[in-house]
Design a protein around this ligand. Structure first.
Ligand code: ADP
Ligand code: MG
Length: 228
């Protein structure tokens, strides 16, 4: 118990430092991105390709920074009523070209347009993007990531299912611990941040996985009554 407390105190301090560094680094990154975009209009094709790579690496840096920033930020800021199928179709559009490049087919399955949750939209977006990204990253060559939504007993279920490599029992026990990653360029913060966000919105999250078959992440959020 004492050990746990010390761990979480330490994590708190580390995450506050990380977040302030991340915040400071984000501004110059944004400036650099802006100038690269401006330059792209006045260079030849070969140089434009170099700039494209530079931009995509800057995007990657931003992803990493976002994970660190969210570690220390207050969890949930503005709650609003969100219509789930619309919301998921929008995240699909954000991720579809990324997943196609990785040879992953993405699908959203939600046959109702009357499912509502009370949630912080940017945070919930981040949660779903994180889970889709993990799913895509777990697929070695080609496969599928589907996002399913349905209601059961006053709760809205959102599942992110992938046909990727799956996790061993040991890895499954370790996910959500700070800095646990099996990836060369992973932060090991995505699931930790995700779990915190979902819990702050009074939801639950569970992971099921089988090596060689894939992973299913199930998020449950209290259904919100509609105001129509
Ligand atoms: P990161 O993606 O930066 O490694 P995460 O917290 O998002 O950090 O994930 C931690 C680890 O959990 C990953 O490195 C991977 O080993 C495992 N993992 C997470 N999601 C999946 C998944 N869908 N399929 C297989 N392994 C996963
Ligand atoms: Mg991740």
């Amino acid at each position: 118990m004492r050990l746990e407390l010390e761990r979480s105190e330490k994590l708190k301090i580390v995450s506050q430092i990380a977040a302030s560094v991340a915040h400071e680094v984000r501004n110059p990154l944004t400036v650099v991105k802006g100038f690269i975009q401006l330059l792209s209009d006045s260079v030849d094709l070969k140089q434009r390709n170099y700039l494209k790579i530079a931009l995509s690496e800057l995007d990657r840096a931003e992803y990493i920074i976002t994970d660190y920033l969210n570690l220390a930020k207050p969890q949930v800021e503005q709650l609003e009523v969100i219509e789930v199928s619309d919301f998921l179709n929008h995240t699909f559009e954000m991720m579809n070209s990324y997943s196609l490049i990785q040879n992953v087919e993405m699908r959203v399955n939600c046959d109702r347009s009357d499912l509502y949750v009370l949630a912080d939209k940017p945070r919930l977006t981040q949660v779903i993007l994180n889970m889709i990204k993990n799913g895509v990253e777990a697929i070695p060559e080609t496969g599928e990531v589907s996002v399913n939504a349905y209601a059961r007993n006053d709760e809205v279920y959102i599942e992110v299912v992938d046909t990727g490599s799956g996790m061993s029992k040991e890895d499954l026990d370790n996910i959500g611990k700070a800095f646990f990653t099996t990836k060369d360029t992973g932060t090991g913060l995505g699931i930790l941040v995700t779990v915190r966000i979902i819990e702050a919105m009074n939801g639950k999250i569970a992971f099921e996985s089988e090596l060689g078959k894939g992973t299913k992440v199930t998020i449950r959020l209290p259904a919100s009554p509609t105001f129509e």
